[in-house]
Ligand binder design. Sequence first.
Ligand code: GAR
Length: 220
Amino acid sequence: MKNIVILISGGGSNMQALVECVAQKHWAEQGIARVAAVVSNRADAGGLAYAASKGIETAVLSHRLFDGRVQFDAALMALIDGFKPDLVLLAGFMRILTPAFTQHYAGKILNIHPSILPSFTGLHTHEAALAAGVKVHGATVHGVTAQLDFGPIVVQSCVAVLPQDTAETLAKRVLATEHFIYPQALTWWVDGRMIWRDGGIEILNPAGELPASQTYFAPT
Ligand code: GAR
């Protein structure tokens, strides 16, 4: 049984999509994979109640209790490691991670970011996309490295930017695609098709060849 630990800071809709994916595929019943824990740095993260309602262990570790990132990340690693994770999924976990943390989980940690990386790293990606006037926007699932919002790309979604879009309407459409591509990435990992090699990630189809697409285009 593979253990997945999901880190959140807020509403946790991506976490919910991942939990639903695990349930729909019956991985836990088959002894394949389970969500071992949902961990938040904020006690008021809305997603904690959802996880608990699904019988998933939850834990809160407030970054405010620590003098700095190094100390917080060390405690966070100890907490996560208590769940013996095979995969760590950042799902709206709004913390900049130290190199010690990213190295510790190298090759087994993914993040979802609300932009088509490498465009629009950091915060306020939807505002930045509108300000730049781009006509496509989206989200990225990627392997986590020491560099913020960098690392090998697993799958990306694209949504059309409409003339009447606000940051809120755009965020909503991008988030809907996140709920599709993150479970897709998790499924590739669980199926043993996600290969971390030479600093990159390859997704193989069952025959061992590269798959047709690691792109999701939202219908307009
Ligand atoms: C999502 O849009 C996710 O991509 C983003 O935060 C939101 C969390 O929503 N993550 C980042 O910006 C990380 N840099 P959720 O809590 O409903 O999943």
